[in-house]
Write a protein that binds this ligand. Structure first.
Ligand SMILES: C[S@@+](CC[C@H](N)C(=O)[O-])C[C@H]1O[C@@H](n2cnc3c(N)ncnc32)[C@H](O)[C@@H]1O
Length: 414
């Protein structure tokens, strides 16, 4: 099937639909490509953001990842150079208007396909965002190889591809809608899809999938993107890891980490023990099978051989912990000492034990103090309680939990 149909779809229905006027009211933040995640999973929490940074947003669409990255780099005072690439002019116009609305000057726009990147001569990048794009390519491995070849040796990629199980029911619906009029014009196909959605029996796999609301709240573009797409496929974790491997890269994280840990879903050691014997990505594959609700997979990846060097080290006392989306004091206030924390995502509810020291540690995290300074501060408050060994154990527990929840990251001082 030709790439023209994918391009035509995104010319007619840019996705996700965005109104540039909203930029004055809110910044949409997410994964991949949050600056804290990039730092933590690609630059070992060591990046000096005052140094120049070159990024490519490949298949940037209407600009969510682009706008977030450009704004966060500007806020950090980073001399950034960001290149946006997409084959849809309509999407690019929206992304460009959003960047203009924010008066950001770091972005250059290119109307081109990923497959044409080598010919553009843009040089190498510290970071590449490719969110929700590879699964639409005729040859995703070739596409990812092209991106990997454009990475600087110390750079990395943030990816999102569809997940198989959370999209349960989507592909049978796509098959059905092709039977109902594959060659009809898009508007007619959307009408057919709406008519069908209203009349599905309760047993229909799509109707039975409770986690697929997002697209259906995004108007005609959402229905088209989900149910009438010209070309998309979904990945299991093992297939995503194989895709990353085939491009000469290695994963450093799956986001959010807790969703890829079997122990998030049950505590039965008889069931967990055999899974604990597996490697990290096989455990993630098991977690995906257990949860059955992962509709996307978000991964960070770096050139093979650099994976162990790329991730921040929570045992480095000079590292500075930073909480994403809210301050530590507020987070600590909601925690009873040693209480349980409940987290919900796509219909699953997980409960995590916290430790008595979690609250005071969170409250001391201000994005400026290093781990060593937090230890010193707490010892100053109560020297008997906060011995170095006690702090080390409590910090490790707090880090493990809040990093798994995608809230806690490490950066460098300064
Ligand atoms: C679902 S949208 C995702 C947009 C954006 N990355 C985001 O996360 O909001 C997919 C985008 O990929 C673009 N795209 C599809 N195939 C492409 C290709 N071969 N090269 C460049 N862009 C492509 C489409 O035009 C569309 O804008």
């Amino acid at each position: 099937m030709s790439d023209d149909r994918v391009r035509d779809q995104y010319e007619a229905y840019p996705y996700p639909p965005r109104d540039p006027r909203e930029e004055t009211k809110r910044l949409i933040e997410g994964s991949p490509s949050h600056r804290l995640e990039i730092d933590h999973y690609i630059f070992a929490g060591q990046r000096d953001w005052r140094q120049p940074f070159r990024a490519l947003v490949a298949g940037g669409g209407t600009g969510d990842g682009l706008v977030m990255l450009a704004q966060q780099l500007a806020d950090a005072g980073c001399p950034a150079e960001i290149h946006y690439l997409d084959l849809s002019h309509a999407s690019r116009n929206i992304a460009e208007a959003r960047i203009r609305a924010r008066e950001l000057e770091s972005v250059t726009f290119h109307a081109a396909a990923i497959e044409q990147l080598p010919r553009l001569g843009l040089g190498s990048f510290d970071y590449i965002d490719c969110c929700g794009v590879l699964h639409h390519l005729a040859d995703p491995i070739a596409g990812l190889r092209i991106l990997a070849a454009s990475l600087s040796p110390t750079g990395g990629i943030g990816l999102m591809v569809y997940g198989e199980f959370g999209r349960s029911g989507v592909y049978p619906m796509q098959d059905l809608l092709r039977m109902l009029g594959e060659s009809d014009p898009a508007e007619k196909r959307i009408e057919t899809a709406k008519r069908l959605l209203r009349q599905l029996p309760a047993t229909n796999l799509f109707a039975r999938n409770p986690v697929l609301g997002d697209h259906l709240r995004a108007g005609d573009a959402g229905i088209h993107d989900l149910l009438l797409h010209a070309r998309d496929r979904a990945y299991r974790v093992a297939e995503l890891v194989a895709l990353i491997d085939a491009a000469g890269l290695a994963p450093t994280a799956l986001i959010e980490p807790w969703r890829y840990d079997p122990a998030s879903y049950f505590a039965d050691q008889k069931l967990l023990a055999p899974l604990n014997a597996l490697d990290r990505w096989q455990r993630a594959a098991a977690a995906e099978l257990i949860a059955g609700n992962l509709k996307t997979h978000i991964a960070y990846a770096v050139p093979k051989g650099r994976a162990s060097l790329a991730v921040a080290d929570p045992e480095d006392p000079s590292a500075v912990p930073v909480l994403k989306g809210g301050d530590g004091i507020e987070l600590a206030r909601g925690l009873r000492p040693g209480g349980k924390l409940t987290v919900k995502a796509d219909g699953v509810e997980a409960r995590f034990a916290t430790s008595a020291g979690t609250g005071p540690i969170l409250a001391a995290i201000d994005g400026r103090r290093s781990i060593a300074q937090i230890a010193a501060l707490l010892a100053e408050q109560d020297i008997k309680r906060w011995s170095p060994a006690y702090f080390a154990g409590e910090f490790a527990a707090a880090y493990k939990l809040f990093n798994a929840l995608n809230r806690l990251f490490l950066t460098r001082a300064g």
